[in-house]
Design a protein around this ligand. Sequence first.
Ligand code: COA
Length: 175
Amino acid sequence: MIDIVPLGPQHQPAIESLLDERFGPARHNRTAYRLRERAELLGGFSFVAMDGDQLVGSLQCWPIRLKSVGGSRLPLVLLGPVAVAASREGQGIGSALMRASLAAIDAADSPPVLLIGDAPYYGRFGFSAVATRHWELPGPVDHARLLLRGPTTGLPRIAWVEAASVNPSRPAKVA
Ligand SMILES: CC(C)(COP(=O)(O)OP(=O)(O)OC[C@H]1O[C@@H](n2cnc3c(N)ncnc32)[C@H](O)[C@@H]1OP(=O)(O)O)[C@@H](O)C(=O)NCCC(=O)NCCS
């Protein structure tokens, strides 16, 4: 029996182990991590999957921004990483985490959601690469994997995705 519950500070050590297992220690060099530097986790949109007291999946969301050529900035939600323990893949845990997070995001009438991931997986949750073709990130990105969900009206065609930097006192390298 898997429970999807809000992510709390007590889950952090197990999440770090899971992310190391699924992405390796080099995960900290990924472009998505540049966007999350100094950001505070969006607790209301972030969830873990628990099998009893064992953490078997996690999904984290972060505040980021989209800067247009004119310099205006729009808020976005960065979704990820999403990870499920290798031994528990294909049991619907990733989908359950996605549904919980997206339901919370929709209920909060939140900004559009951005992620870097496989379109064949995330397409089923309404993500598409159409609007992001000319968006730049603070590091290399495969634009076929830069996926957005939510209304695209009013979003700039050319833009820079940047960290929101909501907590300047936080160290630059966070997990
Ligand atoms: C991607 C991941 C989160 C999916 O979790 P999961 O619990 O296995 O997913 P679910 O059981 O909900 O869904 C399984 C379905 O998704 C499909 N799927 C899983 N990963 C996929 C991918 N990368 N591309 C396309 N389809 C994928 C499976 O084939 C399966 O399809 P089906 O429903 O038609 O049988 C998990 O495989 C994982 O942690 N992978 C390693 C980390 C990672 O790549 N995270 C995503 C990038 S942030």
